[in-house]
Every structure is written in C-alpha cells, then in structure tokens.
Design a protein around this ligand. Structure first.
Ligand code: SAH
Length: 404
C-alpha cells in the first residue's frame, strides 16, 4: 500500500506511527497483544483496514491565535495546549476538515473572537464535526465560552451556504477551565441537533455529547466479532454495560430474549431510548447509572444474566462492577476495550474469580496511532476448573507491563 505522509507529523504527534508501513504497524500492535495476553487465550489475527486514512468520523479542532495574531485551528501539539494549525489531517474525515477551515476563514468578517485560555477573553473555543458514514449527515458543534453569540443566525446561514452538506449546527456552551471540549448546555442553531448513522442495518441517532465509535468501518468488525463471540441463541438475558447510545445491546437484541443497558451519560441514554423506539426494538431497557453501582444492585437482587457485554472507557472497569459480575456469574462475558493495559488488569481479576479467557481479537480502530482495541471472550468455569485455572493462568500471565 502506498504510504501517505503528513507535513505536520513531527509537530502534532497524532499519528506517530506513520514512519512504518501500515502492515508493519499492524504486526506491531498484534505482537503487543500477543505478548500481553498470549498465554491466557487464543489471539486471533488483528483486523486491519484496507484504506487506513480519513477514517475519523468525529473531528475536533481547538481555536487559537499564532504569535502574529492570525487565527489558527487544529489539534494540540502533543502534551501541550499549543494549537498546530491544520488544514487537512490524514486520519480525519475530509469534509469535516474543510468545514473547519471555512469556519476559521469566516471568523474575522463576523467579528467572532477566538477564546484565549490565559485571559478568558473571546468566544469560540472549539469546533466539533460529526459525520454519519452511511447517511452523509453532518453535525457542526460550535463550542463557545459564553451563551451570547452575536449574529449567530447570519453566521449559520453563511456556513450552510458554503457547505450545503451540513445537516445540523449546535452551539455548545463550555465555561469550564479544564480540558473537556464540551460543556453541559447547548442550543440547536440549525437542523435537528444531532446526526443519524446506519450501522449493521440499524439506524442510530447520535447527539453532540454522546459517545459513538470514531471509526465506522472498523466498528462493524468490532461489533461483528463481539456478537460472534457472544454466541446468542435467542434465549439469553443480556447486559450491555457502558452502553453509550445502545448500539451493541440493540444489535444483540435480535438474538436475545431480553437486553438491559446501563450507561452514565444522560444524553447517550436519551439517544439510546430513542434509538430503540426508532428501530422497533421492544426487548431492551436502558438505565442511566454508574455501571458499577448498577451491577451491585443486580447482584443484591440476584438477577439472572446469561451474557454480559462490557465496553468501559480507557480507564477500564472497577472493583464494584467486577466483583458483582463474579457474583452474578453470567455464562459468557464479552469485554471490549480501547485500553489493553486496563483490560489486562481487569481480566486478571476475572480469571482469579472463576472465568477463563477464550479468544481475543485485536481490531485496528485507530490506524497510525499507538492505540489498539480488543474484543475478549471469557466464559465461566465450573467450580473444579476454576481452581486449576487460578493456578495455571495466574502464574503464566505476565502483566508487568500492565501494572507499571
Ligand atoms: N458501548 C458503546 C460505548 C462505549 S464507550 C459503544 O460501543 O459505542 C464507553 C461508554 O462508557 C461511554 O458512553 C461513557 O459515557 C460510558 N461510561 C463511562 N463511565 C461510566 C460509568 N462509570 N458507568 C457507566 N457508563 C460509563
């Protein structure tokens, strides 16, 4: 495959792996997973992309000024808050990048000041663009430091004229001083306020603040693997933990008796409930709650669960969740993770408490970056085997890297 090069590669650090051919970077990721987990289950070949460029459906650009006072936008230089002015990024959706460049060019004539982190002066902080891979819908989120956005209607009109492909524009107000991109409040300035995308035959609504996987082609691979590993027969009660907008649970619902979803983010749960309605899924219920607390409740009430899908954030799961899971004793656990080191830590816990790792498949969700996603299938051991498993697997599993 011909390799592309980014002129900014040395500065932004977003795609540090581009000095290697793609095939080699895939091999490296697979080797890392083999080293981390090789002794506890079967590692399947990594799922790579045919065309590993412009895959990101969510693009976020910070706005700032350079030393000469020119408006710039792009990603932060690695480990800093210095913006690297970016017109096009090889990882990001091309339409999204073009829209951000247009916005950058419009600010002066609309007298919109960019926000200055040091003085707290100025309006525009970030622009986030979300695109629906299959539907082509595009949501632009203008993140402002205050709710007052003078001449916003004229700005919106001009932006949609320049990019008629935009289907919705939202103003998000972020008055925070930490590094979170989005605040709590938002106003819809144009269109319906969210995008929809179609994935594996289901239609999902995605709001500005809800999590949605950033690489739509690879998400199909990831979910297909998770569903295959789950081996649902139509009879199971399934838990989709850390469920986001409900994608995994809804796809699983076709082959399950009942699905329960739990997710902390309110806007994601709202999306999930609407998504279930829109797709006519009747055997799913979503709860807005901390997944760990929810699991404690389920285990206290002795709720029977057959299969658990869990897909926590990079920091992994927690003891409340894992210990309750071991009390609930579901037959199968499918653990999806974008942080192999925290996943390894959690697997170690599950292996100590009655589960065996069967199969692991790495999926390259984030080509050219150091990140790798994994799907891991675990199954419950009989009491006798549990004893042996603890002895064998725990001795063999080298987790020194994970515990650093
Ligand atoms: N399974 C979904 C989302 C995975 S991302 C998908 O494939 O799209 C992880 C999700 O966990 C996010 O939606 C995040 O909001 C949620 N989350 C983070 N901490 C949580 C917690 N303590 N309890 C429940 N959900 C949590």
């Amino acid at each position: 495959m011909t390799m592309m090069k980014c002129a900014l590669a040395g500065r932004c650090g977003g795609c540090g792996g581009m000095n290697l051919p793609y095939e080699n970077s895939l091999q490296q990721k697979e080797a890392y997973i083999r080293e981390l987990y090789g002794k506890c289950g079967e590692i399947e070949p990594i799922a790579g992309m045919h065309y590993p460029y412009h895959y990101r459906n969510k693009v976020s650009a910070a706005f700032s000024r350079d030393k000469k006072g020119n408006i710039i936008s792009g990603i932060y230089e690695e480990n800093t808050h210095r913006v690297v002015n970016t017109d096009i990024c090889l990882l990001e959706d091309k339409n999204a990048d073009a829209i951000i460049v247009t916005i950058r060019g419009m600010l002066r004539s609309f007298k919109i000041k960019v926000y200055d982190e040091d003085t707290g002066y100025g309006l525009l902080r970030h622009v986030l663009v979300r695109t629906g891979h299959q539907t082509g819908e595009i949501l632009v989120v203008l993140v402002t430091a205050s709710p007052v956005f003078p001449s916003s209607q004229n700005f919106v009109k001009a932006l949609v004229k320049a990019h008629p492909e935009i289907t919705s524009i939202v103003q998000n107000i972020n008055t925070r001083t930490d590094s979170m991109v989005l605040g709590e409040k938002e106003h819809v300035l144009y269109g319906k306020g969210y995008i929809e995308d179609v994935l594996l035959g289901m239609r999902f609504r995605i709001s500005a603040r809800s999590f949605y996987q950033v690489n739509p082609l690879q998400t199909k691979e990831l979910y297909k693997t998770a569903l295959l590993y789950a081996g649902l027969t139509g009879k199971e009660r399934v838990l989709d933990a850390y469920s986001g907008i409900g994608t995994i649970g809804m796809l699983a619902s076709k082959d399950a008796a009942e699905v329960i979803g739990v997710e902390l983010n309110k806007s994601a749960v709202k999306d999930a409930i609407r998504n279930a309605k829109q797709n006519g899924v009747k055997n799913i219920t979503f709860y807005q709650k901390d997944a760990g607390e929810f699991m404690v409740q389920l285990s206290e009430q002795h709720v029977h669960i057959d299969v658990v899908f869990m897909d926590p954030p990079r920091s992994g799961s927690d003891e409340a969740f894992l210990s309750s899971l071991c009390k609930l004793k579901p037959d199968r656990v499918i653990y999806i993770s974008c942080g192999p080191d925290t996943q390894a830590r959690d697997l170690k816990y599950l292996m100590k408490h009655g589960y065996a790792v069967r199969r692991i498949r790495p999926v390259d969700m984030f080509p050219w970056t150091g990140h790798v996603e994994t799907v891991c299938a675990l199954s419950k051991l009989s009491e006798a085997k549990h004893h042996i498993n603890v002895q064998v697997d725990m001795d063999e599993l080298d987790l020194t890297a994970a515990e650093e």
